[in-house]
Design a binder for this molecule. Structure first.
Ligand code: SAM
Ligand code: DTB
Ligand code: SF4
Length: 329
């Protein structure tokens, strides 16, 4: 189906169609003014265009990961200088979550550098999730691969979102990660979906992939039986010591295009402008918001690398007339 044919359809129908790589690629190469106009129209039909959702990240278990993800500073295989830590205590997590809430975040996302959690790790994370929920924040965790029973357990303790990224297209995936397959990731995502937890799933651009690969990633996301509720689009943070430390710089307008295509292909998802914002000026980030990004990682730290300071983000919101979303409860 051509992009024009799709344009004639309401968003409801678009949601239930499957996207071909060709049609996704057509979006990515559309003249930018046309692409932005379309993305902003879809955005306005589904969201308040002047509201941005804020999620704050906390690394609850740093480094020492056995996996070989070529982008990742936390893999034990690469000499990146990241110091490893044990799982943080509930007091440390509560303090960080409270600080995030006071700064205006509505969701608190906790990441652990694991291939997959052991059941006893999961029980310790369950306590952390409860502490975050007690503060009236939405909770999200990213712990690696999950078995169905583990996803059920996280649902039982009230987890709102599970983050597990596909990272790139199925075709390019093998050049980035060898220690787990694309199918392993899809299996974890099905377990999360079956448990009734919202899915946060996206990818990374700027790893040397082609536009076709970016189209392939977006198709894999949009064609899930139920598309993710939250789609983080990360621009690679090149960390010294990782195999991708010298990856070629990607044009920030390519980030804008990827966000716009994600917005059009997943009209009802929160599209998050994620890692890489320190490399983007205010104008490039503004174009991402215009392209339909309506969420960011908010707070001076991502997992091991830095993110814009909150005062700088608040200043940008003021300049743009954007309002942070308020907590539902
Ligand atoms: N270990 C768990 C896993 O991989 O499923 C959870 C944490 S992992 C760090 C979460 C995600 O962060 C990765 O899937 C990847 O998309 C993103 N990420 C990691 N390093 C990054 C980098 N250098 N630049 C951009 N995104 C990155
Ligand atoms: C996601 O898509 N991006 C976040 C979060 N989910 C866990 C992580 C970005 C990590 C950037 C590199 C770092 O700080 O270590
Ligand atoms: Fe480990 Fe996750 Fe980093 Fe891969 S992305 S090396 S699984 S922490």
């Amino acid at each position: 189906m051509s992009v024009t044919e799709r344009d004639q359809l309401g968003n409801k129908e678009v949601d239930s169609l499957s996207w071909s790589i060709g049609s996704a690629e057509l979006l990515l190469v559309t003249p930018l003014m046309d692409l932005l106009f379309k993305a902003q129209s879809v955005h306005r039909a589904n969201f308040d265009q002047n509201t941005v959702q804020l999620s704050t990240l906390l690394n609850i278990k740093t480094g020492g990961c056995p996996e070989d993800c070529a982008y990742c500073p936390q893999s034990a295989r690469y000499a990146t200088g990241v110091e490893t830590s044990e799982l943080l205590s509930v007091d440390d997590v509560r303090t960080a979550a409270l600080r995030a809430k006071e700064a205006g975040a509505t969701r608190f996302c906790m990441g652990a550098a694991w291939r997959s959690p052991k059941d006893r790790d999961l029980e310790r994370v369950a306590v952390l999730i409860s502490a975050v929920k007690e503060l009236g924040l939405e909770s999200c965790v990213t712990l690696g691969m999950l078995k169905p029973a583990q996803a059920d357990r996280l649902k039982a303790v009230g987890l709102d979102y599970y983050n597990h990224n596909l990272d790139t297209s199925p075709e390019f995936y093998g050049s980035i990660i060898s220690t787990r397959t694309y199918q392993d990731r899809l299996d974890t995502l099905s377990a999360v979906r079956a448990a009734g937890i919202n899915i946060c799933c996206g990818g990374i651009i700027g790893m040397g992939e082609s536009r076709t690969d970016r189209a392939g990633l977006l198709c894999s996301l949009a064609n899930m039986p139920v598309p993710p509720e939250s789609v983080p689009i990360n621009m690679l943070v090149r960390v010294k010591g990782t195999p991708l430390e010298a990856a070629e710089t990607i044009d920030s307008l390519e980030m804008v295009r990827t966000v716009a295509a994600a917005r059009i292909m997943m009209p009802r998802a929160y599209v998050r402008l994620s890692a890489g914002r320190t490399e983007m000026n205010a104008e490039a980030q503004t174009l991402c918001f215009f392209a339909g990004a309506n969420s960011i990682f908010y707070g001076e730290q991502l997992l091991t690398t830095s993110n814009p300071i909150t005062a700088q983000d608040r200043q940008l919101f003021t300049r743009l007339g954007l309002s942070p979303a308020v907590a539902a409860h």
